[in-house]
Design a protein around this ligand. Structure first.
Ligand code: NAP
Length: 258
């Protein structure tokens, strides 16, 4: 087991990529603080039974200052430390450039940028206090690599995640805190139901068509699955990546070449 005696905070753990990463971290021996907007007690009850005393569930909004403090306090109170942050919670929406979108802008930047940054900051402060280094893994998107006509605000939030990853990695290197980002391509999670429905509306397509097309366009021939992230998420959380920081790793079946 590669994460034994480590404590990880995983945000967005109720769904998709982060849910799979949380399960993988548990298998690898980590204590996990599972954070989501919804209460995860019932969803994770079987795993709480299996991994006794290794799970703490926190209902929190990562864009709220008090909630962020509560997440870190829970980790410290229950497990004495925080060694890993998987900063996976995020939201999606789209609007055309010419359409009114103040509310969409605020919502996307509040969660994807403000939430991601300030949780990273709170965890980094705790890691510095502990003096043993740490691993921070932010979740960007292929949308953060370039603009998209209908997806401007989301693209900008995910570009910001890469930028903050780089700045934090440089700022925290002397504390032996590694900060990297994972950059998903198109991944078959509940988020894609919403993405597909929005593209259906904006591009006047039948439901399901966009999802089918994007999967077929991936060089490796299919959409990704949450389980396709387990390897990268464990690698960046483990000592195997001790000499890697400030990187943004595409996990996208070859969709983006860099
Ligand atoms: P998902 O299935 O929608 O899961 C996201 C989880 O985050 C949900 O459980 C959601 O809770 C939670 N969440 C949302 N806002 C939150 C907040 N303010 N505080 C705490 N939790 C919050 O999405 P996913 O596809 O796994 O995406 C995970 C990450 O990968 C996101 O950052 C996303 O932008 C990124 N990504 C996904 C894809 C893709 O193709 N799926 C591609 C590129 C990047 P609720 O369900 O209660 O809202």
């Amino acid at each position: 087991m590669r994460l034994e005696n480590k404590t990880a905070i995983v945000t967005g753990a109720g769904s998709g990529i982060s849910e799979e990463v949380a399960k993988t971290y548990l298998k690898e021996g980590a204590n996990c603080v599972l954070v989501d907007l919804k209460n995860l007690d019932e969803q994770f009850a079987p795993l709480a039974e299996k991994y006794k005393n290794k799970i703490a569930v926190v209902r929190a909004d990562i864009s709220k200052k008090d909630d962020i403090a509560h997440v870190v306090e829970t980790a410290v109170n229950k497990f004495n430390q925080v060694d890993i942050l998987f900063n996976g919670a995020g939201i999606f929406d789209m609007r055309s450039i010419l359409e009114e979108s103040w509310e969409v802008f605020d919502r996307l930047f509040t969660v994807n940028v403000k939430g991601t940054f300030f949780l990273m900051q709170a965890v980094a402060q705790q890691m510095v206090k502990q003096g043993k280094g740490g691993k921070i893994i932010n979740v960007s998107s292929q949308a953060g690599r370039r603009g998209e006509a209908l997806v401007s605000h989301y693209c900008a939030t995910k570009a910001a995640v890469i930028s903050y990853t780089q700045s934090a990695a440089l700022a925290l290197a002397s504390y032996h805190i590694n900060v990297n980002a994972i950059v998903p391509g198109v991944i078959d999670t509940p988020m894609w139901d919403q993405v597909d429905a929005l593209f259906a509306r904006y591009e006047n397509r039948p439901l399901g068509e966009k999802k089918k097309l994007v999967g077929e366009a991936v060089p490796l021939g299919r959409m990704g699955l949450p389980s396709d992230f387990s390897g990268a998420a464990v690698f960046f959380a483990s000592s195997e990546s001790d000499y890697i920081t400030a990187q943004a790793l595409n996990v996208d079946g070859g969709n983006w070449m860099s």
